[in-house]
Design a protein around this ligand. Structure first.
Ligand code: PLP
Length: 456
């Protein structure tokens, strides 16, 4: 049954504007412009209620690895809902789908991660991290180890703890911070690299962590949290020298390494996890998004043997959990998504076919007069737009205006990209074919030309 029968686009926009407060939205601006009403998806394509077609260059919100409209997932969820629509996983209870998914995740994730705590989202996964990290050190008799170090431009979600762990100044300004979180400079060579080579800068940025630990006192620092590649912050791909140095520091200084794989997980960087791509050996690893390709909300924290042993052997009851932790229907969606990804070799397709092909095109975009840097790893990338190309340091006045303009041209051309400051960013479904990448590249080229012409 269609729950919005016979509503015209204008009707939907009207009731939406009257009653719906959207995430990350300027409400007055939205009501002046009207929302886009997305009605249907199939593969890499979306259609709005007026029949306009868009290529989904952001895979929903960095999540539909397998593309839209896969019937097998709807069928798997239907089967689960008719058998057991809901039961909780509290108090020594489980159900087959949660048990099976935890086994599959232990198998797929990097070595040493053999337990999962289920959540409904990436934000909840990072709130779980916040509590579990402190609990871990308490159980080891080191309760002073409380501070978690994150990075500016990091994004870990919108709940109170997750937004504090993230380094989005605007979010902190609107609702304040929680105590016990510290932020360091991100490995964003394009903005902060100055005269250093990317390799030199990577080491310098990693040593920001060591400097922060010295300043805060090692006995007070519990963990460092970071995305393998910072996504919402603008697809900040670290220089190759960054992660080995971070791993060294975390090991030598006895702090936990939390690798937020909510975007990078499930194939995005060309391996199952960003931790595989950069050899990170996380102590805790939040996941969400690509776990179910976004078909139903589900996330979790992968817990290393190091942490699990302490929490299991030394801890009593962990006072933490969500009513829908390991929801049966969400687990069924995730299991079917992972079956499709494995059977259809989606990660291998991304690594060997789609990513190398799009990366060639990306290098060509790097030659465009508007593009100061074109960076991409796996199938996530950014094009930094600059006013005066040979000069990497020069930026547009009024940061964000040109990025938004380019994003709007992209939409008008039928391609969904996102603007972050003055970068255009992309994170398409991993299943894209060469023909689809050709189509997308044409739309990106047109978007750059349109923006360039408008600025002249
Ligand atoms: N962590 C990262 C790296 C993310 O990009 C996001 C969302 O974009 C989150 C956490 C929060 O996930 P959710 O929106 O599912 O709460």
């Amino acid at each position: 049954m269609n729950h919005a029968p016979n509503l015209s686009t204008a009707d939907i926009q009207r009731v939406d504007a009257a009653h719906h407060l959207h995430p990350f939205t300027d409400y007055k601006a939205l009501n002046a412009e009207k929302s886009r009403v997305i009605a249907r998806g199939d593969g890499i394509w979306l259609w709005d209620t007026d029949g306009n077609r868009f290529l989904d260059g952001m895979a929903g919100l960095w999540c539909t690895q397998i593309g839209h409209g896969r019937r097998e997932i709807a069928d798997a969820v239907h089967r689960q809902m008719t058998e057991l629509e809901y039961y909780n996983t509290f108090f020594k209870t489980t159900h087959p789908a949660a048990a099976k998914l935890s086994e599959v995740l232990a198998e797929l994730t990097p070595e040493g991660l053999n337990h999962v705590f289920f959540t409904n989202s990436g934000s909840e996964a990072n709130d779980t991290v916040f509590r579990m990290v402190r609990y871990y050190w308490q159980l080891l008799g080191k309760p002073s180890k409380q501070v978690i170090i994150g990075r500016n431009y990091g994004y870990h979600g919108s709940t109170v703890a997750a937004s504090a762990l993230g380094g989005m100044a605007g979010m902190h300004a609107q609702a304040g911070m929680v105590p016990g979180v510290h932020h360091i400079t991100p490995p964003y060579w394009f903005d902060y690299g100055g005269d250093m080579s990317p390799e030199e800068f990577g080491v310098w940025a990693a040593r920001e962590l060591e400097r922060a630990i010295d300043e805060l006192g090692e006995d007070n620092v519990a963990a460092f949290i970071a995305e393998p590649i910072q996504g919402a912050g603008g697809v900040l791909i670290p220089p190759e020298t960054y992660w080995p140095e971070i791993r060294r520091i975390c090991s030598e200084r006895d702090i936990l390494l939390v690798v937020d794989e909510v975007i990078c997980g499930f194939g995005r960087t060309g391996n199952w996890f960003g931790s595989d791509t950069y050899d990170l050996k996380p102590d805790l690893m939040p996941i969400a998004k690509g776990l179910s390709s976004g078909y139903l909300p589900i996330g979790g924290v992968m817990v290393s043997d190091r942490v699990a042993e302490v929490v299991i052997e030394k801890g009593g009851e962990f006072y933490h959990g969500y009513t829908y932790s390991g929801h049966p229907a969400a687990c069924a969606a995730a299991l079917e998504n992972l079956r499709i990804m494995r059977d259809e070799k989606v990660v291998e397709h991304c690594a060997n076919e789609a990513a190398p092909y799009l990366q060639q095109k990306w290098a060509e975009f790097g030659e465009h007069p508007l593009v100061g840097e074109a960076r991409m790893k796996g199938l996530v990338g950014a094009l930094e737009l600059v006013p005066n190309k040979p000069n990497r340091a020069e930026r547009f006045d009024n940061v964000g205006q040109v990025g938004t303009m380019a994003r709007d041209f992209s939409f008008g051309n039928g391609l969904i990209m996102r603007g972050v400051r003055d970068a255009l960013i992309i994170s398409p479904p991993l299943v894209m074919t060469r023909e689809e990448i050709d189509q997308m590249a044409k739309l990106i080229g047109k978007t750059l030309d349109d923006t360039y012409a408008e600025l002249k």
